[in-house]
Design a protein around this ligand. Structure first.
Ligand code: GDP
Length: 367
């Protein structure tokens, strides 16, 4: 065709069709808005599917102090309850340095290899603050387990009242079980009251002890030995082998001083070396023997029911305490009353009654 455009001399004028430019708006943005929190149904669905990311997010929600998070968390827990309970829960306690993290690493690998399934390691440490390094249940302390595809490790909820920290761990157990974790370890440091809290949420309470530390007597004094379903003396290796055996004998003798446990099970005392992985199989054979035994005589169910009851009352107590101490009128009065009591101007009982009367009046007014 005769046209200036087709003339070689005007080649630069040729207009090509060009490419279609993509939209400058992200096409996914409208379809899938970013959500800050999932819905209750999404949490539950993710957890029941065994999605560990969703499980972690739900645990974070359980641990949150924000009321709106708590409300969602409670609903998620409620809806996960029917899927929970199908596990064995083992409490593991020992003083710092007893070898808990070394042992849990080895125990965890052993049970996963021997019995299959999935393992969650949780912790109760009322003194812990996440910013401060040494935290129970911290992944870095359990090198092999932390990279195992069938394990889920969660450090202790951060510092708060023991009751509060323990309740969160107890709720996390429900979520983990719903996510298919059929073995739960709850680690706690062997000082203070945290053992009682752990004892109230596990099927088997394992106490790790060391030879020659005088802990034998401390354990008896603090009432921890009565709680133990099994006592294991760690670091039974090298020069420490004989002292460990001797300690085991002492613990066995000491156990005779206590009344027979309600379970009908006689607590066993074993020696082992977590570091060299010796005697670990025997410990887990014992724990599984115990589970069979208490499932057979009905104590397993009984203990879990008693624990549910305990946590109902614990939760009530915690909420009542919170509601009382966070009441603005009470907060305003408390220090003054305390000063009057300290100065001897008011008796403890009258002060308490004044505060309680004020609190109940406030509550009635609000209602
Ligand atoms: P945790 O504070 O109870 O968690 O104790 P760790 O697991 O961190 O162990 C404390 C120290 O004891 C570490 O230096 C371990 O290497 C050592 N340890 C742990 N288990 C054994 C064991 O079976 N034998 C020996 N000899 N040392 C061990």
């Amino acid at each position: 065709m005769e046209h200036p455009e087709n003339n070689e001399a005007y080649k630069g004028l040729v207009v090509n069709e060009g490419v279609e430019h993509p939209s400058s708006v992200n096409p996914y943005l409208k379809k899938k808005p970013r959500k800050r929190v999932l819905s209750v149904a999404e949490y539950v669905e993710g957890i029941v599917k065994g999605d560990v990311t969703v499980l972690s997010q739900a645990v974070t929600l359980v641990e949150s102090v924000r009321l709106e998070h708590q409300a969602v968390a409670q609903e998620v827990i409620e809806r996960c309850l029917p899927y929970s309970g199908n596990s064995i829960r083992v409490g593991i306690s020992g003083v710092p340095g007893a070898g808990k993290s070394t042992s849990i690493d080895v125990f965890g690998l052993h049970v996963l290899e021997q019995y299959g399934g999935k393992l969650a390691v949780l912790a109760i440490d009322p003194s812990s603050e996440r910013s401060k390094g040494s935290i129970l249940g911290d992944k870095t302390r359990m090198e092999k387990l932390s990279v195992h595809p069938k394990s889920f490790i969660r450090p202790s909820p951060s510092a708060g009242s023991l009751g509060g920290v323990a309740r969160k761990t107890r709720e996390t157990i429900v979520l983990c079980e719903a996510a298919g974790f059929d073995k739960i370890f709850v680690e706690t440091v062997g000082v203070g009251q945290s053992e009682t809290a752990v004892h109230s949420m596990v099927d088997f309470f394992l106490l790790i002890q060391l030879a020659g530390t005088g802990d034998e007597l401390q354990g008896i004094k603090r009432g921890i030995m009565e709680m133990a379903d099994g006592i294991v003396i760690n670091k039974a290796d090298g020069d420490n082998l004989e002292p460990a055996k001797l300690a085991a004998t002492q613990f066995r003798n000491a156990l005779h001083l206590f009344p027979a446990p309600e379970s009908g099970w006689t607590p066993e005392v074993l020696t082992y070396s977590g570091f060299y992985n010796r005697g670990v199989k025997e410990i887990w054979d014992m724990i599984y023997r115990y589970i069979d035994f208490v499932k057979g005589n009905g104590y397993f169910e009984y203990r879990r029911n008693e624990q549910s009851k305990y946590w109902m009352y614990e939760t009530i107590n915690e909420h009542l305490r919170d509601s009382f101490y966070h009441n603005p009128r009470i907060e305003a009065m408390l220090e003054g009353k305390e000063r009057q009591v300290l100065a001897g101007n008011l008796s403890s009982f009258v002060a308490a009654k004044d505060l309680l009367d004020t609190y109940f009046a406030e509550i009635t007014k609000q209602g």
